[in-house]
Design a protein around this ligand. Structure first.
Ligand code: AMP
Ligand code: GLY
Length: 429
């Protein structure tokens, strides 16, 4: 019996999910709502998004969708998973209550404190004046975080006290990220170190760690420029040693997952810990309640097992009994994000993209689409992050070389990408 699947979202992560799910021998139709030009090739796009709960529910019933996989955080924070489950539809993704681990920084930090998970020292404020006094009396730099979701923009890493005061004013007084988002803030100690993305499939109390990945958040080479959603990844990240992963499971995942279960908001889906590897050990910077983008692209590129069975086991809370061990390609993967000139600031869309077919001819390369749309047989840019060009190689250097070979074959006006993805790990060798 085959299963029809619906993936919710329209980014590179969702294209990777659609592509991998469609390879399952048990997959029926693989839909994507609303999808992009890439998901239309590997699956079937449907014209509604993750905020249209009623339409999605009707569609799932009419088309006998047996599993909905929710990609981004916004529909999860709005309660899409709860709505679908209430309507008898099987879902991979956390409830609204569990999604607060990403949707509310205040909730997340309080939960970390309660569960004794290592994280940066912090205080929560609901008025700007005491927050200003607090930062003025710190002898270390801080990070100021708006409580709610702000498309990744509500986190301000500050270099000194005037910077921190400005950040507090931007969030709480000017309400630059929205009124609700800025009602409360977290002020925390700024940590130094290397960042690592550690994702795990979680169902109730069962935890299955996925291979460690490293993202490149800054827009330009050498980690310069403004923070983006992610400019490139590689997997596995060698800094994620077996010892480190074991410690992360024991000190981070087990306590948080158990605390969520005890709190009656058990987690179901992908739990993503953004870790900072400091001199004093690993600290959690944030939790996300979904696959990372572009972490998903490199992880799924290396997955050899059937993704559909794995996600169904999570959705049904059978992960603990999942009989088959998960098999990974031994080869590392590198993903280079090509984006529109100007991103993460202002950028233009609607530019024709050429060279996609030439890039696709390269072995062990997959060009995942993010902000793209198809029009009269052409593929046009349609967002900030446009493509996630992903390759496998016999070693990290080979994977990097192949990914950039593919990038070289693709062009659109104003295209920008980093040229140093994976260099941190390559330099260390
Ligand atoms: P978050 O959404 O909380 O992970 O923050 C986004 C980014 O801000 C992280 O990936 C880090 O690069 C940076 N960041 C967040 N918290 C801290 C911290 N305490 N110290 C240093 N950098 C941080
Ligand atoms: N690449 C980081 C994220 O998805 O949040």
């Amino acid at each position: 019996m085959t299963t029809n699947v619906l993936v919710v979202g329209k980014g590179g992560r969702e294209h990777a999910l659609v592509w991998k799910l469609a390879q399952s021998p048990r997959a029926g139709k693989v839909y994507c709502a609303p999808g992009n030009a890439g998901t239309a090739q590997d699956g079937t796009n449907v014209p509604f998004d993750g905020t249209d709960f009623e339409r999605m529910t009707r569609f799932c019933k009419k088309e006998s969708v047996g599993l909905v996989v929710i990609g981004p955080e916004d529909p999860l924070a709005l309660g899409l998973a709860d709505h679908l489950r209430t309507n008898g539809i099987r879902v991979f993704g956390p409830s609204k209550a569990a999604a607060r681990i990403e949707a509310s920084k205040v909730f997340s930090k309080e939960l970390m404190r309660h569960a004794d998970v290592p994280t940066a020292e912090f205080r929560i404020f609901d008025h700007p004046a005491p927050a200003r006094t607090y930062v003025e009396t710190r002898d270390y730099p801080v990070v100021v975080k708006a409580d709610g979701l702000a498309a990744g923009k509500g986190v301000i890493v500050c270099k000194d006290t005037p910077d921190a005061v400005r950040a507090i004013n931007r969030i709480m007084v000017n309400e630059e990220f929205g009124q609700k988002v800025g009602r409360q803030i977290v002020v925390e100690k700024r940590l130094e170190g290397e960042e690592l993305s550690l994702l795990a499939l979680v169902a109730g109390r069962s935890i299955l760690l996925l291979p460690p990945t490293q993202d490149h958040k800054a827009a330009f080479d050498g980690d310069a420029g403004p923070n983006t959603g992610g400019m490139g990844t590689y997997c596995p990240a060698p800094v994620g040693t077996p010892d480190l992963l074991k410690k992360a499971e024991e000190d981070v995942f087990v306590p948080i997952v158990h605390a969520m279960k005890r709190g009656r908001y058990p987690f179901n889906g992908v739990l993503f810990a953004g870790l900072m590897l400091t001199n004093q050990g690993q600290r959690v910077l944030e939790f996300n309640c979904r696959f990372g983008d572009p972490e998903a692209q490199v992880i799924l590129m290396r997955l050899k097992s059937d993704l559909l069975s794995l996600l169904e086991a999570v959705a049904d809370e059978r992960l603990g009994e999942f009989a088959e061990p998960v098999v990974w390609d031994d080869r590392p993967a590198v993903c280079v994000v090509m984006c529109s000139g100007g991103y993460p600031g202002k950028y233009e869309v609607g530019r024709p993209i050429s060279g996609l077919d030439e890039a696709a001819k390269l072995p062990d390369v997959k060009v995942f689409h993010a902000g793209t749309k198809g029009l009269n047989g052409r593929t046009l840019t349609d967002g900030g992050r446009v493509l996630a060009v992903t390759a496998l190689g016999d070693d990290l250097a080979a994977a990097k070389a192949r990914a950039y070979e593919a990038v070289k074959r693709i062009s659109f006006t104003g295209a920008h990408f980093r040229t140093d993805i994976a260099d941190k790990a390559l330099r260390r060798k």
